[in-house]
Design a protein around this ligand. Structure first.
Ligand code: FES
Length: 176
């Protein structure tokens, strides 16, 4: 058994033999995703099932990955390959509000550095960190597909677009 120490927000894989367990309702939900794909292509359900794991366990952890590998007849590394590729999957616990600020070209030239600095100053953290009260995590991510309304950030499944410092203040004030 090997243990890796996290070096940044997306670089944490802690290997264990433990496998997660879920309620019958959640298992049923997972099975319902399988029905959308041919039996021989059930690995296509990997991304929706990773969302279920993240919702149920708070983030993508090794026991959850072990479960999915068994559930989909995949290697553990197959699951990690996908989980570590997409920034929408969290590899360690995040705050109640996970502010993902796009740092790619359109957002960058439209003011992302100022937005990031303002968000981080207000929260007293750096990108990749979580506030001491566990309320906010800030991370910088690649293009979120909303380049026409740059700069933008995502919180959960919500997009905040055409950001300005004033708009960010209102957003942060509104988040409980
Ligand atoms: S560059 Fe920021 S959403 Fe595409």
């Amino acid at each position: 058994m090997a243990t890796a120490v996290p070096t940044d927000f997306t670089n944490q894989v802690v290997f264990t033999e433990e496998t997660a367990t879920f309620s019958p309702e959640v298992i049923e939900e997972m099975r319902s995703h399988l029905t959308k794909y041919p039996e021989e292509r059930k690995r296509s359900a990997l991304i929706p099932l990773l969302f279920v794991i993240q919702r149920e366990r708070g983030y993508i952890d090794n026991p959850g990955v072990n479960f999915l590998a068994d559930f989909l007849d995949l290697e553990v590394t197959d699951v990690w390959e996908t989980a570590t590729f997409y920034s929408m999957f969290n590899l360690r616990p995040v705050g109640r509000h996970h502010l993902q600020i796009c740092k790619t070209l359109s957002c960058k030239i439209m003011g992302e550095p100022e937005i990031t600095e303002h968000v981080c100053n207000r929260l007293g953290i750096h990108p990749g960190e979580t506030t001491a009260d566990g309320k906010f995590t800030v991370s910088l991510v690649e293009c979120l597909g909303s380049c026409g309304t740059a700069p933008m950030m995502q919180n959960g499944f919500d997009y905040y677009e055409d950001l300005t410092v004033e708009k960010v203040d209102k957003i942060l004030d509104s988040l409980k």
